[in-house]
Write a new protein. Structure first.
Length: 444
């Protein structure tokens, strides 16, 4: 991979969407170091993007167009790199396509530039972060056995994949989490990972996909669409009915039964299925079961995914911040439920136009009470559904936690599992996560 700089040196590249999460910053900095002539354009203003811009100040080969996009920046360029979430009907992407300019995304561009690296990709509406991390930790701990270096990338917090071109060598392995947006790039490039995992498919991002599950699945399906007979697709049982018979790769449907005796601290049957997916990946690389078990027994779980954050005055407090759909919160409730009805649920936020009937049934059946984060989704929940339990609405997150603690007694569980998007009160779900953790850590 020593010639990676030549791929970008002197190329006129427009980066659409710098953002604040670190991914856009990571690949923009990498491209600038390679000597590309960059235009960085973002609808956010210079003030909003101050931290990202400061990190790029030393580069003279970057021109910033902020607070707007301009059609002229999508003409006469060698490449457009778009961030996740750029609308389907973007007039700017359409302009680039009219001018036959390639549209690229972070992970798929890495895959095209590093064809000799084995790509293991994980997607799913829920479960992709847990599964990705489990696969990575198992493989990373067994690098000597594999005689390969193992890296992680994709849709993980603050992580850009393209800069890994500086490190990877022929035969290395990249494990990457792929959301539907990153998989748009795979579809555009007509490529799929060598080993793919598809955990779950359920409604999400319907505000983006304009209530079309078909469009949403079409993006997700890029994880297997371009695989060949030498590739592998691993799915959870609930995905079998959605997987087309035209799949060319070796199809493996996992079974978690053999893992019941394994030491694995993360609660929930759905997490055992994610574990089974990770184990199947490791088995494809011939890693012995004893070596896999050793890593799994030491696995600590993931931040923001049914994470036991603290036991405070006999009250267990779980952080399930990354549950941003009703189904994800239902899974969390199912994992922690008991016949005591002792769950105080903290949820609410911005509306994603998702169906809430099953969510309300689960909350009514298993929760003791509910404290709501204000937002358009919270309004939709209260106005359109019947909650048969006590509920309160907080003003801001600190107030929400205070109300939940006031309702809890020894032996109860406070489950922070929003079921909605973070926008409105927060810039993104990570800000919400960090603030919740800060509030809980201060409890004495």
């Amino acid at each position: 991979m020593q010639n990676y700089k030549k791929l970008f040196k002197g190329k006129k590249i427009t980066v659409m969407g710098l953002g604040l999460l670190g991914r856009g910053l990571g690949y923009t900095k990498f491209l600038a170091e390679c000597g590309a002539e960059l235009i960085v354009t973002d609808l956010k203003t210079k003030e909003q993007l101050a931290t990202s811009i400061k990190a790029l100040n030393k580069f003279k080969n970057i021109k910033f167009i902020l607070g707007e996009h301009r059609l002229e920046d999508f003409r006469g360029r060698d490449m457009i790199i778009k961030a996740a979430g750029v609308p389907f009907d973007s007039i700017y992407i359409n302009e680039a396509q009219k001018n036959n300019i390639p549209i690229e995304m972070d992970v798929s561009l890495f895959a095209k530039c590093a064809p000799d690296v084995m790509l293991i990709g994980v997607t799913g509406t829920r479960g992709k972060s847990m599964t990705t991390t489990l696969i990575y930790e198992i493989l990373k701990a067994n690098e000597k056995f594999l005689k390969k270096n193992v890296y992680v990338g994709g849709n993980l917090r603050g992580m850009a994949t393209l800069p890994l071109l500086k490190k990877v060598k022929e035969g290395d392995i990249l494990v990457c989490e792929l959301d539907s947006w990153q998989l748009q790039g795979f579809g555009d490039s007509k490529i799929s990972p060598h080993i793919s995992v598809f955990t779950t498919f359920m409604p999400d991002h319907m505000n983006y996909y304009k209530n079309s599950m078909e469009k949403y699945f079409d993006d997700k399906a890029n994880i297997f669409k371009y695989q060949n007979k030498n590739d592998v697709l691993i799915i959870r049982p609930n995905m079998k009915k959605l997987t087309p018979k035209s799949v060319k790769s070796k199809l493996i449907v996992i079974n978690k039964k053999g893992l019941d005796s394994w030491k694995f601290i993360v609660p929930g049957e759905h997490q055992r299925e994610n574990l089974a997916c990770a184990v199947k990946v490791a088995e494809q690389l011939n890693i012995p079961t004893s070596k896999i078990k050793k890593v799994v027994s030491g696995f600590k779980g993931l931040e923001g995914r049914l994470e036991l954050l603290k036991v405070y005055k006999g009250i267990k407090i779980y952080n399930d911040n990354n549950a941003t759909t009703p189904e994800a919160t239902i899974a969390g409730i199912e994992a922690l439920k008991s016949n005591k009805k002792n769950i105080i649920l903290i949820c609410g936020g911005s509306d994603k136009k998702l169906e809430l009937n099953n969510f309300v049934k689960s909350v009514n059946k298993y929760c003791k009470s509910i404290v709501l984060i204000p937002g358009t989704g919270t309004d939709a929940l209260i106005n359109n559904y019947k909650l048969k339990l006590n509920y309160e609405i907080g003003v801001e997150l600190k107030d929400v936690v205070k109300k939940a603690l006031a309702q809890a007694k020894k032996g109860d569980i406070i489950l922070f599992s929003p079921a909605f998007a973070s926008f409105g009160m927060f810039n993104n779900e990570y800000k919400r996560n960090d603030l919740f953790m800060k509030i809980i850590k201060k409890l004495r």
